[in-house]
Design a protein. Structure first.
Ligand code: HOZ
Length: 437
């Protein structure tokens, strides 16, 4: 059954990790990568091809991390690599205008009819930070409503009851965030409209925007309850606040037009990242022409960046979006992911283990949780020790899952039916042994 029988050792990764720990805090450049939530130590990747990554010890893994979401076409997609190679031969950075940034912006707005203009930046964090600055300026209000367990990058305003690594490491509200800044972030419960309404009750006139991951992906995958997103839209309209969708994960992932298209709800501002950079660092935020004209140089809201619209990143993003436009993969991705989720659920039942598997499109999370997970509270009930044991066993058998319970797995166009079936078989074996052990 072991799909990775030639596994040798992790000696080289171990040595490199020791070196990394001397030069980098925790040996990593982003906390969840340190594997602290699953035990053991991180593997160091040498290369990736399609649905597979290889580590520096020569071990091979079927990858469900997908660089945390951008790699919807799999690793080192031929056309994306070629676009980057060609762009690189023309120059690595110009710090001024060029055609590819225009083409990428056009491709984004073409696929997301609720956006008329976008501003390209370098990461989702940057995009979210600038989007709320714009929302505050446009409304003349200072407060934002965010949902506990949603993650919008690591800017100060968002590190209040945040998800992803902040949740995993038990520091959802980070030290170093000034109390005055945190005070402007009002907190609501995801999938609980009444709690969002409550934020408006006391000081509704001060709320500039509600920001939400339309499908929560940083407390594990938690799809929106029926009516939740439409309810937020109506709530914002009633109070003159803007609705901001953080589609860093869902944009071009759950549909070409993102969650806004999938759920038929139009936000005022949209935050993007991941897929629109095709694996290179990009972010973007966008909305109506009327809102976007508030940005410098047209308007007074300042936002800038030397590397914004970097030609390599734009080339990778554009090549990716072109592939998605040429042959929209969403039905097939959903089919593969559905089979994976169903297989995992059946494997849990067969092993006699409590758990559930949440999925929207090609993003999914297996929760070691006795009941359905529809909220952060329910996600938090998951047995993280059990997830850690499952993760370690899967890794050892050649399956690379996100190294924390509160993250999304991603299926790419490079995954095959066979990949999915062997994942389900391996998970079933491992879950059965978990229960015995
Ligand atoms: N914020 C990412 C997970 N949702 C983790 C990024 C990383 O470690 O690369």
């Amino acid at each position: 059954m072991n799909q990775n029988p030639k596994k040798t050792s992790l000696l080289r990764s171990r040595k490199l990790y020791e070196r990394a720990c001397r030069a980098l805090p925790g040996g990593v450049n982003s906390p969840v990568r340190a594997f602290a939530a699953v035990g053991g130590q991180p593997i160091f990747v040498e290369s990736g091809q399609g649905s597979i990554v290889f580590d520096i010890d020569g071990n091979r893994y079927l990858d469900y991390l997908g660089s945390w979401g951008p790699l919807i076409l799999g690793h080192a997609h031929r056309r994306v690599v070629e676009a980057v190679r060609q762009a690189a031969t023309r120059g690595l950075s110009f710090g001024t205008c060029h055609a590819t940034e225009v083409e990428l912006a056009e491709a984004i707005v073409r696929n997301m009819p609720h956006l008329q203009q976008v501003r390209l930046v370098n990461s989702g964090t940057e995009a979210a930070m600038a989007a709320i600055r714009l929302a505050r300026a446009a409304t003349g209000r200072s407060r934002i409503v965010k949902f506990k367990g949603c993650y919008h990058g690591h800017a100060d305003s968002f590190l209040v009851e945040a998800g992803s690594g902040a949740l995993t490491f038990g520091a959802p509200s980070s030290p170093g965030v000034a109390t005055a800044v945190a005070a402007d972030t009002l907190l609501a419960e995801y999938n609980d409209l009444a709690s969002a309404e409550a934020c408006f009750r006391t000081d509704g006139q001060a709320v500039a925007c509600v920001i939400v991951e339309p499908v929560a992906g940083n407390m594990g995958v938690v799809p929106p309850a029926p009516g939740f997103l439409a309810g937020l839209r109506a709530l914002c309209d009633r109070h003159g606040a803007l609705l901001v969708f953080d589609e860093v994960i869902t944009g071009f992932r759950v549909a070409q037009g993102g969650a806004a298209e999938l759920f038929g709800v139009r936000p005022d501002l949209t935050v993007l990242g991941k897929i629109i950079g095709g694996g290179l660092p990009v972010g973007a935020f966008g909305g109506s022409r009327e809102l976007m004209r508030e940005l410098a140089p047209l308007g007074p809201v300042y936002q800038a960046g030397t590397l914004s619209g970097n030609p390599l990143a734009c080339a990778a993003g554009l090549a990716t979006l072109r592939e998605l436009e040429k042959a929209p993969p969403y039905p097939r991705l959903a089919e593969l992911s559905k089979r994976l989720a169903e297989g995992l659920r059946a494997a849990l039942v067969a092993a006699g283990l409590p758990g559930c598997c949440n999925r929207t499109g090609s993003m999914l999370t297996l929760f070691f949780n006795p009941r359905q997970v529809r909220s952060l509270r329910e996600a938090r009930n998951a047995d993280c020790e059990q997830f850690a044991a499952f993760h370690r066993a899967m890794l050892k058998s050649g399956y690379y899952l996100p190294p924390a319970q509160f993250e999304s797995w991603f299926v790419s166009t490079a995954h095959t039916q066979k990949d999915i079936e062997r994942t389900v078989d391996m998970a079933a074996d491992i879950l059965r042994n978990l229960n015995l052990g």
